[in-house]
Design a protein around this ligand. Structure first.
Ligand code: ZN
Length: 439
């Protein structure tokens, strides 16, 4: 048993002083006073640390971290058609591994302990997805591999390597999920790409698989206005209404973005129990518009946070998304009380855990031991006594000192313990050598 001691520990209702988190295997076995620590426990004193649950990235595309900077400051259609699609063709399996290692390293250093990789570079198989999983295991991050289903006849300029007949994609997703069913670090969940790349029938197949696997089902939904227009033209109704009409709204659905949804559509989402992943950084970066999160929360819709792909944000920090979520809600509603720090913190921790169906995001007995130790002396966390607000509104990454995932310390004193920075840098430089930025 390990005993992680912190000056402050986040217990859900707030911070309590001088506690020790007991870790047995990959789970939290207790949160106790130092005097109650078993004599044979291996003590790891994190000193003047505030121990909080690791954050949960509920939506991202790790390979896109390799495109960071090449595609900035473009309108959405040029970003997608001139960079995302053609650059996706450049990545072989080693490059996909490098991109995953790169994104996961940045995520861990930013205090993210669970990350979703919504993955679609399949080449009609699972070998590439296996490389992403390998990267997660090597670096030590908890991974939800949201395995995409992308229709062969989707009316986009996307490369052939994204596309598979839905039944084959579902079978590959099932097989990958089965292979990792006993791996506590790896979770495979189905992910029909979007309404522009997956037919209602494909989404139905994915939802049936989610039912069988007892897992969530991820779907990009109403990200940009063009998608709403396209759905209206093709199906004669709006994105959320289409899902409702087809019987595809369910509490298993994890709807990513959901920017272009009117009040009645939010009501439909709320009634169905579907959740939403809010990606404020990416929505702003790409000029998509902005999801109406306070309006969602007021209806009881469950909301999590995602930084999204590395070329659409360009950061891998859920703390950053917490801050963006509050700032943008306040700016959009011209109301400084539109979203408080505690709400944003919940979305980035237990909110993500709930949508993904994982026992993380809270420090409690039985949860995975996914912890972040903040240096309470960091200037970005001063004045003292206001940590819950500072974490969202003023914290800098200099405060993130230690990170544990599943009982394994993967960041110690602001450095990865599992993979050297230099190795990641070299892999990234090798993959991107000779590339030039667009625009
Ligand atoms: Zn996405």
């Amino acid at each position: 048993m390990k005993a992680i001691h912190g000056a402050l520990v986040h217990t859900g209702s707030g911070f309590e002083p001088d506690l020790t988190v007991l870790v047995e295997g990959d789970r939290i076995a207790g949160i106790v006073r130092p005097a109650e620590v078993p004599a044979d426990a291996e003590v790891d004193d994190w000193g003047d640390a505030a121990i909080i649950p690791g954050t949960v990235n509920a939506h991202g595309h790790a390979f896109q971290n390799l495109f960071k900077g090449f595609s900035d400051d473009l309108p959405f259609d040029r970003w997608r058609d001139d960079v995302l699609y053609p650059f996706s063709e450049r990545l072989d399996a080693d490059a996909i591994y490098a991109g995953a290692l790169f994104a996961f390293a940045e995520a861990l250093l930013a205090g993210t302990t669970t990350t979703v990789d919504f993955f679609y570079l399949h080449d009609a198989g699972n070998d590439n997805a296996e490389r992403v999983i390998q990267a997660a295991r090597d670096i030590g991050i908890r991974l939800v591999l949201a395995r995409a289903l992308y229709d062969p006849d989707a009316p986009t300029k996307a490369p052939a390597r994204y596309r598979e007949p839905a039944r084959e994609a579902a079978e590959r997703c099932r097989s990958l999920a089965t292979s990792y069913a006993d791996d506590p670090l790896i979770h495979v969940q189905p992910a029909p790409h979007s309404l522009h790349a997956a037919s209602p029938e494909t989404i139905r197949i994915a939802l049936e698989l989610a039912e069988e696997l007892d897992s969530p089902c991820h779907l990009h939904l109403a990200e940009a206005s063009y998608e709403r227009a396209q759905v209206e033209e093709r199906y004669g109704t709006t994105p959320v209404r289409l899902l409702a009409r087809e019987g595809l709204l369910s509490e298993r659905l994890v709807a990513i973005h959901t920017v272009w949804a009117d009040d009645e559509e939010l009501d439909l989402l709320a009634e169905s129990g579907a959740g939403v992943v809010h990606c404020p950084g990416a929505n702003a970066f790409l000029g998509d518009g902005m999801a109406r999160v306070p309006e969602m929360l007021a209806r009881g819709i469950r909301v999590a946070l995602g930084p999204d792909g590395g070329c659409a944000n360009n950061r891998q920090s859920v703390f950053d998304e917490m801050r963006s979520a509050t700032l943008i809600a306040k700016a959009r509603l011209t109301d400084g009380s539109a979203m408080d720090a505690a709400t944003a913190f919940r979305m980035g921790t237990e909110g993500g855990a709930d949508l993904l169906g994982l026992p993380v995001g809270r420090l409690e007995v039985g949860a995975h031991a996914d912890l972040v130790g903040l240096d309470i002396h960091d200037l970005s966390l001063q004045p003292p006594g206001l940590l819950e607000r500072h974490i969202v509104h003023s914290m800098q990454q200099t405060a993130i000192a230690n990170v544990m995932v599943g009982g394994r310390v993967v960041v110690r004193d602001r450095h990865l313990t599992t993979v050297r920075n230099g190795e990641i840098r070299k892999r990234v430089a090798d993959v991107t050598a000779g590339w030039t930025r667009v625009r």
